[in-house]
Design a protein around this ligand. Structure first.
Ligand code: NAP
Ligand code: ZN
Length: 352
């Protein structure tokens, strides 16, 4: 066992404060990782605030982790000390069931083990995430960082990136696809960059007029303001694929109207009941409303390789860990361009 310093929330809506806890001793198939960078996902804020009614306190969030290997268990064959690695939203699963066998470990029928606020499969201990100095992860859930991927900017690929990449690949987004991205935040800005890299024609649908220039700089071809009824009506039936990243309950009907024939809208943001959906909007045009949960380990590795090859990098605002509470406040009032990433060397300045 090793002692680890992290930042934890001890109750809903409370500030994160320094927190010391134990990381387990290495099992045979474990990898120990020193954390260099950790992204700040809106899910971290949801979990800290117990928005999904499943938070166990204290909670150490963080599931966009980049670092290097400091030790390996006796049966580890794919990693050695010094390797640059990454960890995403899950650290274990059964690896036996059909989804696990088909590289969808996040859908493990026995329940995946989340990187934080989960239960270790062997001991039942609560898992603690990447807002911390180091972490121990089962080998199969460790990603290899390509040499040409800048580790300072890679962290958001581990959740924001894979969450939008996975459905775009599933539904065949590619050259010339007409894609709309609803919500230009952490997930949304990655959806824009990745869809553009895949050759799609991309429209950003936003509530923030001030993000229009950014959207174009990120590569979007068009910008639609969701509260501009005329512009929304003009865009009816225009898209083949829409990804909706809005982080709370909302009315999806105005977006469904924008899908063309056989169009698919994928919901990734609102993990809660939605406002009523008009069945007629789905039936007309043979539209599909789908959902998607992060992505499996092999698809994340493929995403990292794709981003290295095409130099698709998240737009990060680097912060010190002591500023994490300000970052949470800004995230929740829609003031981030477009992902906070904690530089973990700043943990050295933290006194407990
Ligand atoms: P984020 O950085 O806060 O971005 C969300 C964006 O949605 C905002 O930038 C804003 O964009 C728009 N928005 C915010 N509030 C809105 C509202 N009330 N109505 C309409 N638009 C609104 O959040 P994120 O990190 O991208 O995460 C987005 C959601 O995805 C969160 O709920 C998170 O928990 C969830 N998530 C799901 C998965 C999954 O596996 N499905 C994985 C990771 C995260 P504009 O200013 O452009 O309108
Ligand atoms: Zn996340």
């Amino acid at each position: 066992m090793t002692t680890c310093l992290g930042f934890a929330a001890h109750e809903a809506h409370s500030a994160l404060t320094p927190f010391r806890f134990d990381r387990r001793a290495l099992r045979a198939d474990d990898v120990a990782i020193d954390i260099a960078y950790c992204g700040v996902c809106h899910s971290d804020a949801h979990q800290v605030n117990n928005d999904w009614n499943n938070t166990v306190y204290p909670i150490v969030p963080g599931h966009e982790i980049v670092g290097h290997v400091t030790a390996v268990g006796s049966s580890v064959s794919r990693f050695k000390v010094g390797d640059r690695v990454a960890v995403g939203c899950q650290v274990d699963s059964c690896l036996q069931c059909a989804p696990c066998a088909e590289h969808q470990e996040q859908l493990c029928v026995h329940g995946p083990t989340p990187t934080y606020n989960g239960k270790d499969r062997h001991t039942g201990e609560i898992t603690y995430g990447g807002y911390s100095e180091h972490i121990v992860v089962r080998e199969q859930f460790v990603l290899r960082m390509p040499e040409s991927l800048d580790p300072r900017y890679a962290a958001p690929l581990l959740c924001a990136g894979i969450t939008v990449w996975s459905p775009m690949r599933r539904y065949g987004v590619g050259k010339g696809s007409k894609v709309a991205v609803v919500g230009l935040g952490g997930l949304g800005h990655m959806a824009v960059k990745l869809a553009v890299a895949l050759g799609a024609e991309v429209t950003v649908i936003t509530t923030s007029p001030g993000k229009a220039d950014d959207a174009r700089t990120l590569g979007a071809n068009h910008v639609l303001l969701s509260n501009d009824a005329t512009a929304m009506a003009t865009a009816a039936n225009a898209f083949e694929f829409i990804i909706d990243t809005i982080p709370s309950s909302h009315n999806v009907n105005p977006y469904l109207m924008l899908l063309g024939r056989e169009g698919v809208m994928v919901l990734v943001g609102a993990i809660e009941p939605l406002e009523p959906i008009h069945g007629g909007l789905l039936i007309r045009n043979n539209r599909t409303l789908a959902g998607s949960l992060i992505g499996g380990i092999q698809p994340i590795q493929e995403l990292l390789e794709f981003c290295a090859e095409h130099q698709v990098l998240p737009s990060c605002e680097m912060i010190d860990i002591k500023d994490i509470n300000t970052a949470f406040e800004r995230l929740q009032r829609n003031d981030v361009k477009y992902r906070f990433v904690i530089d973990m060397t700043s943990m050295r300045d933290v006194a407990l």
